[in-house]
Design a protein. Structure first.
Length: 199
């Protein structure tokens, strides 16, 4: 079975996005322990002791053709500081979701996420000829929703009672997307966000 898309790496000024492997395990254990992000009930960030199992889960989904997982490398330190993926891959319709993303707390609100999204969106639209890229998050994860909206993604709608969370609560999922015709403006905006003077 051919798995789409092929493995690839992309690199910017602040970040490299590379295929996830077990070699990233120790960095990601350290990253997962920064800020105890796994305690946020509305996310699915692994606890440090579960990072190995999460890497294995994502690599298994790669073999099945439904996910392409990445490690996010902070170029300043050379260390993996989080994970992201192309997921819910629909090769026939050239659609992917960018999701299952998390960063260690100390790099949040830095340029890393903006540049990572710019690189992954650029590959999706310019190399893979995707017609649409989706983003999904918990309806109550307002930090994530604001970050997705800052990218220029538009809200498609809310999938109510869409998933059962680890703590037994039921998740309403906010679904956003960027379509191919919107990519030039989104790219210009993200590029400006990275280049504009910081006060």
């Amino acid at each position: 079975m051919t798995v789409w898309p092929d493995l690839f790496s992309v690199e910017g000024t602040h970040v490299s996005v590379v295929p996830l492997t077990m070699e990233h395990h120790d960095d990601l254990v350290d990253a997962a322990g920064d800020g105890e992000l796994h305690r946020l009930w509305y996310t699915m960030i692994p606890a440090p002791e579960n990072v190995g199992a999460e890497i294995e889960r994502r690599l298994g989904l790669r073999k099945a053709g439904s996910m392409l997982p990445f490690a996010i490398i902070d170029k300043a330190s050379g260390k993996a500081v989080g994970m992201t993926t192309y997921m819910n891959i629909d090769a026939a319709n050239r659609r992917v979701e960018i999701g299952s993303t998390w960063y260690r707390q100390s790099v949040q609100k830095s340029p890393l996420n903006t540049e990572c999204k710019l690189l992954l969106l650029g590959h999706a639209f310019e190399k893979l000829d995707c017609i649409c890229v989706e983003f999904r998050t918990h309806f109550l994860n307002f930090q994530s929703r604001r970050a997705i909206e800052r990218l220029g993604a538009k809200l498609d709608g809310i999938l109510r009672s869409n998933a059962i969370m680890a703590n037994g609560t039921v998740r309403d999922t906010a679904v956003y997307s960027i379509i191919a015709s919107e990519w030039p403006a989104v790219k210009a905006n993200l590029t400006w966000q990275l280049q504009k003077p910081r006060s």
